[in-house]
Write a protein that binds this ligand. Structure first.
Ligand SMILES: [Mg+2]
Length: 382
């Protein structure tokens, strides 16, 4: 079997699909993207993909190394996201060619179902209680929300109190019938992270995500030292080498590599194994589409330390395109009391509705993340 063509489709809300075709008619799908920089990743996919045309798709490990080590300059958000989507599509082809789901090729199931959680609240959290209530009715009991809006390096006490009051309200409304993680989203710097975490402690969130930016990862062990709340991060780390130093320094209880940003299934299985060796849980980041989610789930189903799977159904970003819009076998994504079951079809198990993909790609816009500014006019982290 030989790879004949790579085609990309940028689609709403902010995603990109990659189709890899072969001379034997087997087709694989991947989802290489950086949200807000899709065209940049698209260029990288085609540049990296040139060297795959005419090659046997089965040699995933070698192709991965060629795309990584074969470039003198490697790593980072753009290259590793391009590589991730190509890697996913190659696993999809391998599974389809051999007639088995990808998790079988990763050693088989370690669990029967995988717990997922969903987002509530959007960028500027309001009416959160109502949103949680509506999703509890759908079977969810685990949620994630942004802990705050813009947070200057030095914030007034009322800003901290407003963030804490919102969390207190949730605990009061639902008690321990639900759990929730709080995403600081890199909005909080080290000076305020200490205070905010301390004030949130009584409400026992399931985890705090990106308590400071991954760029300030040296603070993770110091923050972990002061709190019993598990700290999570990883959506902005792109390879084993980036996770290596974080594991060595300690501080994180949960790592959240993104299967569409951190080198795909091949790399994230290795990151998962590194995490397991450090007694660190895995909760892949995935506010993306169906192929990315499927890739996450195959890793989750084959990784003992996978604890929670993010997924984007109903997420605030999906205003003009939903995960299931692009899928023919929608039943494969059915939630069972907030959990998902292993896919049964060969490959990644997602039947992409190519007509919809092609049609939506014709009128896809260029999503950009909001640009926020502090009251004084300086740029704020979003
Ligand atoms: Mg996050």
């Amino acid at each position: 079997m030989k790879i004949t063509r790579l085609s990309t489709y940028r689609v709403a809300p902010r995603w990109m699909f990659l189709k890899i075709e072969t001379d034997e008619g087997v087709v694989g799908w991947g989802e290489p993207v950086i949200e807000g920089r899709a065209r940049t990743v698209e260029a990288a996919v085609h540049e990296l993909g040139e060297q795959l045309v005419g090659k046997d798709p089965a040699r995933i490990n070698d192709h991965w190394q060629v795309m990584y080590r074969g470039g003198f300059y490697r790593g980072g958000a753009v290259f590793m996201s391009a590589l991730a989507g190509i890697d996913q599509a190659l696993w999809d082809i391998k599974g389809k060619a051999l007639g088995v789901p990808v998790y079988q090729l990763l050693g088989g199931l370690v669990r029967d179902r995988m717990k997922t959680y969903c987002w509530v609240g959007g960028d500027r959290p309001a009416d959160i209680i109502e949103q949680i209530r509506a999703r509890v009715a759908l079977g969810y009991d685990t949620f994630k929300l942004n802990a705050c809006e813009e947070m200057p390096l030095l914030a007034p006490s009322r800003t901290i109190d407003a963030a804490v009051a919102k969390v207190a309200e949730i605990r009061e409304a639902f008690g321990q019938s639900i759990e929730f993680g709080l995403d600081f989203h890199g909005r909080v710097g080290w000076p305020m992270a200490k205070t905010l975490i301390r004030e949130l402690e009584p409400y026992r969130p399931l985890f705090i995500e990106e308590p400071v930016l991954a760029e300030q990862a040296e603070y993770y062990p110091r923050l972990a030292e002061q709190t019993a709340i598990p700290l999570a991060a990883g959506e902005r780390m792109f390879s084993r080498t980036e996770f290596k130093s974080v594991f060595a320094a300690g501080g994180l209880s949960i790592v959240q590599p993104d299967l569409s940003h951190a080198g795909g299934i091949t790399e994230c299985m290795k990151i998962a194994a590194m995490a397991e060796a450090h007694d660190v849980a895995l909760a892949p980041h995935c506010p993306l589409g169906p192929v990315a989610l499927a890739a996450c789930l195959h890793v989750d189903f084959a990784s003992w330390n996978a604890v929670l799977q993010e997924q984007s159904i109903g997420i605030h970003y999906n205003a003009d395109g939903e995960l299931l819009d692009y899928v023919r076998n929608k039943d494969a994504f059915t939630l069972h009391n907030g959990s998902m079951l292993p896919f049964t079809q060969p490959g990644l198990g997602v039947e992409i509705d190519e007509e919809v993909v092609v049609e939506r790609a014709r009128r896809a816009g260029d999503w950009r993340n909001p640009l926020w500014r502090h009251e004084d006019g300086s740029v704020a982290e979003w």
